[in-house]
Design a protein around this ligand. Structure first.
Ligand code: NI
Length: 185
């Protein structure tokens, strides 16, 4: 089932999300819905707060990039209760967008390497060092679980440039190709 994506201004996007227990109700269905919602919106990642749930669940699909990066073929994974333990490596600058910030694309500096801990969809623990594009997507998505969005990482000057778009969103004015839940005023 395709769910509406919560847009900038919705308070749930600014909450710190909670870890879930293995008996979280209808988890498989929730994950399937998150993949369907992400695919429909043509995103590479979706965090549960973006569908209104303040819990630590993220789906990532990097298969869409496999033409350019063959090693990403078939990469569709769920990350439950993820936590970044350490960031390292060179800071890298790359343009990002977000399904909760339609129409906004800005360069964001992020660490090139992360040490991450998470559970997969079978609740098996993983402890990994991740680099490259996946490290960037993970940092973006896991930020959502800490109430952060990519615009928090851009300069005051760039934020000033997108102020009009942000204030339109705060007034509930959003135009995009997928179903959203904008702020009601
Ligand atoms: Ni995002």
């Amino acid at each position: 089932m395709i769910l509406p994506i919560y847009v900038y201004g919705q308070p749930v996007l600014r909450k710190v999300a909670e870890d879930i227990k293995s008996d979280y109700p209808n988890l498989k269905e929730l994950i399937a819905n998150m993949f369907e919602t992400m695919d429909n919106a043509e995103g590479v990642g979706l965090a549960a707060p973006q569908i209104g749930l303040p819990i630590r669940v993220v789906v990532i699909n990097l298969d869409v990039l496999s033409d350019e990066f063959p090693e990403l073929k078939g990469f569709r994974k769920t990350f439950i209760n993820p936590h970044i333990l350490e960031v390292s490596g060179e800071m890298e600058d790359m343009e990002e967008g977000c399904l909760s910030l339609p129409g906004i694309h800005e360069n964001v500096k992020r660490a090139g390497k992360i040490h991450v801990h998470y559970l997969d969809e079978d609740m098996q623990p993983h402890d990994e060092i991740v680099e490259g594009y996946l490290a960037r997507v993970m940092q973006h998505e896991f930020d959502h679980l800490d109430g952060k969005m990519f615009i928090d990482h851009i300069s005051m000057m760039r934020k000033q440039m997108i102020r009009g778009k942000l204030s339109a969103m705060l007034k509930g004015k959003v135009r995009c190709a997928y179903k959203v839940k904008a702020v009601k005023i």
